[in-house]
Design a protein around this ligand. Structure first.
Ligand SMILES: *Cc1c(COP(=O)(O)O)cnc(C)c1O
Length: 331
């Protein structure tokens, strides 16, 4: 049995998710796709802040902010970001202020994750530029303003992609491995959506460090796969450095599939929506149009192309995102 490296447990953790999320078989969906037996890790059911993978990273990031004596969290992304929504919930939970920086202009209506972020008390700012990178500079401007007013801001990078966020997912791997042992399954692959790349980086690093026998693969929903691979490798290295563990993830282990972004990040795709519908009808599981629906579309297409032919069991990470389903078209 694998012995967890105690250094992995070292960064302080603020418990936002006190549960072990379910790992459930999806027999009808497996049959419909005609491939390996699919098991779904239900991180969408994390019972805090409407759930999702971002909570795992925030447990470490917000603990660090509290240790640093911060009184306000500052982060950003697109207006319908799950990351910003989860951060706003964490800020409210801890009694911290929250500033959300979004690229673009304010939408006519406050919906989905934006609505939730405002509900949890986030102050919102818009960069006025459709360039996603415009968020990064404005995070620093907002932090400087807060400092000038006597506050103590803590800036979380766009999407929560940073070493501490990655380590939150390393810890998730330990959780899943214990569940697999208990369920008596040995997944050959783990498949997940890739956005900013922190989640895949953490799963790759955790799987290496804890000796998991599966291969972890991502399906990009945001950047071209080549660009995503570089980011994931870099994030895994940053997290390994933070843990003092050396470079654990070889570049060749970072497998990311292209071809399922559709018209663009945050824009629902026909393939993603039909994968979402199939999962809903086969299993009663609700995926999301921005991340997990597209990842499931990718997985289904890869099964159809014979990629997982030798595998008996595949673990699909349901990383959340439900609020985007209630917003038409883009997210
Ligand atoms: C952010 C997000 C992802 C992707 O995670 P990254 O760490 O950004 O790659 C996947 N699914 C959902 C629902 C997300 O919100």
């Amino acid at each position: 049995m694998e012995q967890p490296d105690m250094r992995l447990m070292e960064p302080a953790r603020l418990v936002l998710n006190p549960t072990t999320t379910p790992l459930l078989p999806a027999p009808q969906l497996s049959q419909a796709l005609g491939g390996p037996q699919i098991w779904i890790k239900r991180d969408d059911l994390i019972p805090f802040g409407c759930g999702g993978n971002k909570i795992r990273g925030l447990e470490l990031i917000v603990a660090d902010a509290l240790k640093a004596g911060a009184d306000t969290l500052v982060t950003g992304a697109g207006v319908l970001s799950n990351h910003v929504r989860a951060t706003a919930a964490a800020a409210a939970f801890c009694g911290l202020g929250m500033t959300a920086v979004y690229w673009g202009d304010p939408p006519r209506q406050t919906r989905g994750n934006h609505l939730l972020s405002v509900l949890w008390g986030a102050q919102t700012r818009f960069t006025g530029s459709s360039d996603r990178n415009s968020v990064d500079g404005m995070l620093e401007v907002e932090a400087a303003d807060i400092r000038a007013a006597g506050g103590r801001p803590y800036v979380i990078p766009r999407g929560g992609a940073c070493a501490l966020g990655v380590i939150g997912h390393v810890q998730a791997v330990g959780e899943v491995m214990a569940q697999c042992r208990q369920a008596g399954i040995r997944p050959d692959y783990v498949v997940m959506a890739v956005g900013s790349g922190g989640t895949l980086a953490g799963w790759l690093l955790g799987s290496r460090l804890l000796g998991a026998s599966w291969r972890v693969e991502g399906i990009t929903v945001s950047r071209p796969a080549a660009e995503a691979r570089v980011r994931v490798k870099d994030l895994a290295d940053q997290a390994a450095d933070h843990l003092g563990l050396g470079r654990a993830v070889p570049a060749d282990d970072v497998i990311i599939h292209d071809g399922f972004i559709g018209a663009g990040y945050g824009i629902a795709s026909p393939a993603g929506m039909s994968a979402l519908e199939r999962a809903a009808r086969c299993e009663g599981v609700v995926l999301d149009p921005v991340y997990t629906g597209k990842a499931m579309a990718g997985y289904g297409a890869l099964v159809g192309a014979g990629r997982y032919g030798e595998a008996a069991t595949v673990l699909f990470l349901h990383s959340g995102g439900l609020p985007s389903l209630f917003v038409d078209g883009t997210a």
